[in-house]
Design a protein around this ligand. Structure first.
Ligand code: ATP
Ligand code: MG
Length: 253
């Protein structure tokens, strides 16, 4: 198994006096998808939001591709690596095409390249017939497909999907599950909060079950560290190598 994409040693989250998450270790391996299950209120959304840097929490050391990072201050380069897709995605009151291209435009991707990538994403999500439609008028299933295309077009390495098939009819669910199956490339990770058996039972899906704030099922043991992959951080402020950190056999608890 490859070196982990993300390791967080402990995650503790309280709302007031109530501890919602008390996780002893989270390890996500590249090329894997993880179904994050648990009862309503178990903390699935909260965990995704903590990993996305949208919710403060008490975190012990974290490693991304073997590099130490401070998730509390959430470095800018990490925002390009990680994408959170909300359970009820907010779409702008513009066309489907503009919604999908929004993030690329914000990143300054040249127009011609943007159009190529958007076209590819539209084809991937089978949205060709809705290209010029106002996005806010789409059905729930179509909106979810736009949200998945909008996330994928940015080529993140870690997808955090919050109940991507909730409230969809059978046909729309099938379409969304087909996209989820094909979301990441071989070095990506999808962590998907869900109750949906069709997602949980996808081939190769690992199960992480949240109960009483802890993860009950393991995603596998931690292999040796490989700190060599720095290529993705480009010219941005690169994180410090985790030279002083030694790997420990942290498992999903
Ligand atoms: N901002 C907040 N303030 C106080 N409590 C919160 C806040 N956000 C979430 N909670 C509480 O934290 C617990 C976990 O919520 P969370 O939304 O993460 O659960 P979930 O597993 O995603 O549930 P569901 O399956 O219903 O989506 C719940 O009891 C919820 O009420
Ligand atoms: Mg939730």
């Amino acid at each position: 198994m490859n070196a982990p994409l993300l390791v967080i040693e402990t995650i503790r989250k309280q709302f007031g006096a109530r501890t919602v998450l008390d996780i002893g270790g989270l390890v996500l391996h590249p090329g894997h998808s993880y179904a994050l299950t648990g009862d309503n209120g178990a903390g699935k959304t909260t965990l995704l939001r903590v990993i996305a840097g949208l919710e403060p929490a008490q975190l012990a050391r974290a490693l991304y591709c073997g590099l130490a990072l401070d998730l509390c201050t959430y470095p800018q380069w990490l925002r390009r690596e990680v994408i959170y897709v909300h359970q009820h995605p907010y779409l702008f009151h513009t066309s489907v095409k503009d919604n999908i291209g929004f993030g690329l435009k914000a990143r300054g991707t040249p127009r011609r390249e943007r159009e190529r990538l958007v076209h590819e994403a539209v084809r991937w999500a089978r949205l060709e017939h809705l290209l010029g439609s106002p996005a806010h008028r789409l059905s729930a299933g179509e909106k979810q497909r736009v949200a998945l295309a909008r996330a994928r077009v940015l080529r993140p390495r870690l997808f955090l999907l919050d109940e991507p098939t909730a409230n969809l009819d059978a046909e729309s669910r099938l379409q969304a599950v087909a996209l989820i199956r094909d979301l990441c490339d071989s070095d990506g990770v999808a962590l998907i909060a869900c109750h949906d058996q069709q997602i949980i039972q996808l081939p190769g899906m690992c199960r992480l079950h949240l109960q009483a704030g802890r993860i009950e099922r393991s995603g596998g043991p931690l292999p040796a560290r490989d700190p060599s992959d720095r290529s993705r951080f480009g010219g941005e402020a690169a994180p410090a190598p985790a030279e002083t950190l030694r790997w420990q056999a942290v498992a999903n608890d």
